[in-house]
Ligand binder design. Structure first.
Ligand code: MSP
Length: 553
């Protein structure tokens, strides 16, 4: 069997900022897709990291009174604690429980080598020339703006993002972006799913149709960056440097190993479009969907498979900002949610991917209680304690002859057809429809709770065979729910599977261990179905109810 290679990335985060829930969101979303792909048998590469060069970080280091390297060494650590730190054998703190396979820092030598090589290839293609730049620059956005793009705010001209701009005049290398307008438009036409959601592609297209100007890609007024080859008084523009991180991690310029498997599309190794999927916030779409493919086309390298743009979180209805003092740290929110899984669940379910959404603490507590504690948790607690009490703590007997039409309906509707066929589930994940996926899983728990209420297993004392059949069907339902929940709430899902006595091996817990098969036809159990008679651990609650914030205070 050939393994499908799946490569997903988050943006690399600027180290001058403290991590907040906006950063956590992209990392969690990428982790959900990475975990799902693994559970479908793919070979997964998942990259995150920190963006450590540029004027913004340089200024932050100056303000802190520290040399930039020492500054970034220290502050990049704040981001490393959120995810798996591949340099630590135990993965480090990993507050988000991320399954990233690499963490890149743009100050690493491997990255400087990749950025230098990319520059040389663009230069060799005739796309880089020296000139002088005079125009507007916003340090906060690390972006150049045209006069026509600026807006008035408080009598001042500012960037469309609201960031202050300064007039910059300096000698600079340019990238011949103007030569790529037509090529990009043709590429978007031929690959309409290059940008997801589709509505965002239209934004990108109209930006390109508006005419592309050559891009200033080096700076001379500070030196915190990757030196330009053969012109060390210039450092590369931070976005040229930063975007290259996705390539660096695959081992580029080496083309054997990960580059071959993850950067290039193994199904079409000669295609323009490669294999990488970049998850980004809507504010940095232009860099990823216009500049990045143009750089790669110039260097004659495959462009990514897809740029996926998500919306922004507001906090209790307001923009998250330092000046409003409402910036929420992942650490505090994990504490409030009573654990990382609840935060992961809320962030994936509360905001349809691509839209903006509001982070309300009250809503998080409500949602976690309603879905996880009251529906899934309650179901598991009810069924597992009935099994403990009535079946000597062993998986009840499975007896197809005992199955009634109602059981069959429950099984068909929810275990066989409800989370659809594997291809349909793939499509939901490919469209990042986490809200839809989670709703359909919670629906199984709702249906199971209704099924218990109708079957009343507690009243079947005189008919233990029937009671066991009902409890077996329910336990299988919970097993499937737990398998499906793994990408989103890995720790709690694993606890549920442990409570059901499911072996902790990839085969026993991957998506193929559930019922996408013809169960209805012959009542045949999946090879990984619960083994009747197996001794179960004592039931324990997996999803404790959270108190509302005022009560908790
Ligand atoms: N360093 C660049 C990315 C380079 S990628 C080659 C950068 N860094 S950032 O730290 O400023 O932002 C990282 C990500 O955080 C962006 O995708 C941005 O959209 C996201 N978010 C910042 N605030 C956010 C919210 N309030 N909500 C959701 N995402 C938010 O840009």
């Amino acid at each position: 069997m050939t393994h499908k290679h799946y490569y997903v990335t988050t943006p690399i985060y600027y180290v001058n900022d403290s991590p907040h829930i906006g950063h956590a969101y992209t990392t969690i979303a990428a982790d959900v897709t990475a975990r799902y792909q693994r559970l479908r048998g793919a070979d997964v590469k998942f990259l995150t990291g920190t963006d450590e060069h540029g004027q913004k970080v340089d200024k932050a280091a100056q303000t802190a009174g520290v040399a930039p390297q020492a500054f970034t060494d220290e502050v990049s650590q704040r981001f490393r604690t959120l995810v798996k730190d591949p340099l630590k054998t135990d993965g480090g703190e990993n507050l988000l429980n991320s399954s990233n396979t690499d963490f890149i820092r743009t100050t690493e030598e491997r990255h400087k080598a990749a950025a230098t090589e990319l520059w040389k290839r663009m230069e060799a293609n005739g796309d880089i020339y020296l000139d002088s730049y005079a125009g507007w620059y916003a340090v906060r956005d690390e972006a150049f703006y045209q006069e026509s793009e600026l807006v008035e705010k408080g009598g001042q001209k500012v960037a469309p993002s609201g960031a202050p701009v300064e007039w910059v005049t300096e000698e600079s290398y340019f990238f011949r972006l103007s030569a790529y307008g037509e090529k990009l438009l043709k590429f978007y036409e031929a690959n309409p799913d290059f940008v997801y959601p589709q509505s965002r592609l239209n934004e990108v297209k109209s930006f390109v149709k508006g005419g592309l100007k050559d891009l200033s890609i080096s700076r001379t007024t500070f030196n915190w960056g990757v030196p330009v080859p053969d012109a060390p008084e210039h450092v590369m523009y931070v976005w040229v440097d930063a975007l290259t991180n996705y390539l660096t991690s695959t081992g580029f310029p080496a083309t054997d190993g990960e580059y071959k498997n993850f950067w290039v599309d193994e199904a079409q190794p000669d295609a323009v479009r490669g294999n990488a999927i970049h998850l980004v916030g809507k504010d940095i779409l232009r860099f990823h969907a216009v500049y990045w493919p143009a750089f790669l086309m110039s260097a004659k390298l495959p462009v990514p498979k897809q740029i996926v743009a998500h919306g922004w979180w507001t906090i209790e209805g307001e923009k998250m900002s330092k000046s409003l003092g409402n910036v929420l740290s992942p650490k505090d929110m994990i504490e409030l949610a009573g654990g990382i899984d609840s935060l992961r669940y809320f962030m994936m379910k509360a905001m349809p991917f691509g839209n903006d959404g509001d982070f309300s603490k009250g809503r998080m507590i409500e949602m976690v209680n309603a879905d996880l504690a009251n529906k899934v948790g309650n179901l598991a607690q009810r069924v597992l304690s009935m099994i403990q009490k009535n079946c000597e703590g062993k998986v009840p007997a499975y007896n197809p002859a005992q199955l009634t039409e109602e059981d069959q309906m429950f099984i068909n509707e929810f275990l066989v057809t409800h989370p659809q066929t594997p291809e349909e589930v793939d499509a939901l994940y490919a469209s990042f429809d986490f809200v839809g996926i989670l709703s359909s899983i919670v629906d199984i728990a709702v249906a199971a709770n209704e099924y218990i209420d109708r079957q009343k297993p507690w009243s079947l004392k005189d008919n233990p065979a029937r009671r066991d059949a009902v409890l077996y069907v329910l336990a299988e339902g919970i097993r499937c729910i737990a398998v499906y929940l793994q990408p989103f709430i890995p720790q709690s899902a694993a606890k549920l599977l442990d409570l059901l006595g499911v072996e902790n091996t990839p085969e026993a817990r991957d998506f193929a261990s559930t019922y996408h098969f013809d169960f209805a036809e012959n009542n045949a159990l999946n090879a990984h179905a619960l083994k009747s008679g197996a001794v179960l651990p004592a039931p324990a609650p997996v999803f404790p109810r959270l108190e509302a914030e005022s009560e908790a205070a």
